[in-house]
Design a protein around this ligand. Structure first.
Ligand code: BG6
Ligand code: MG
Length: 216
């Protein structure tokens, strides 16, 4: 059977979650807002604009649209500065074997990411050719946990939601997959991702028989 395997990007394919955190931390420090790794979990999978609102909310800071735009620009420029030298070494462990295996099995692969920087990251890491469809922050108006990003990816592949499998490292993303009626697979900690249908610490823990069971 042909299924749609939909991958989140940040924290699933590449180790960029740490760069998003560093860039937001800089803004938070500038504004005197405490921003811990725990707070950062709330930002995973969430759009850039919404992330800033969450941080400002943590510090109970009210700001003009002009200031917000300035910080959004600063955050993205800072984030992009971490990506300048990005190459395939930033691909997370176990990802390439899974992508290769899915291709060998003639499965369809899509990206379902909130990021507006997704395409250049796929290009720099050499993973772009694996994707049959790409849906990112430029294509959708409703952020995860709204399932729009994943539903659109499945639609582009002509696959029903119930035949779609989503790999996610964020709470919002797991919720989006579940709401969309897809099979949610958490990549990360059980504590954070307990709503996922299946859970793996990382892709090295996932074997081919697990993929085979999803396909058949
Ligand atoms: C998500 C990340 O994939 O994309 C979030 O988990 C990030 O941390 C969001 O804020 C938007 O990304 P970008 O690259 O458009 O700022
Ligand atoms: Mg993610």
């Amino acid at each position: 059977n042909t299924k749609a395997f939909i991958f989140d990007l940040d924290g699933v394919i590449v180790d960029t979650a740490k760069y998003h955190y560093l860039a937001w931390l800089k803004i938070a420090n500038q504004l005197g807002i405490e921003f811990t790794h725990e707070h950062n979990e709330l930002l995973k999978g969430v759009s850039r604009v919404r992330s800033l609102d969450i941080i400002l909310g943590l510090g109970k800071v009210e700001a003009s649209q002009e200031d917000k735009n300035k910080w959004l620009l600063q955050k993205n420029e800072d984030y992009l500065s971490y990506l300048v030298d990005m190459d395939e070494s930033e691909i997370l462990p176990g990802v390439m074997p899974i992508l290769n295996y899915l291709k060998e099995q003639n499965q369809l692969i899509a990206l379902g990411s909130a990021s507006k920087n997704a395409r250049p990251i796929l290009e720099k890491t050499g993973t772009l050719p694996f994707f049959d469809a790409i849906v990112d922050g430029n294509d959708v108006s409703n952020a995860k946990p709204d399932p729009e990003v994943f539903l659109l990816a499945a639609k582009l592949l002509n696959i029903k939601p119930e035949d779609s499998i989503v790999f996610e490292d964020s709470v919002a993303g797991i919720q989006a997959a579940n709401i969309g009626g897809m099979v949610s697979i958490g990549i990360g900690d059980a504590e954070t991702l307990h709503e996922a249908k299946h859970l793996f610490k990382d892709f090295t823990q996932m074997d081919k028989s697990f993929i085979d069971a999803l396909i058949n």
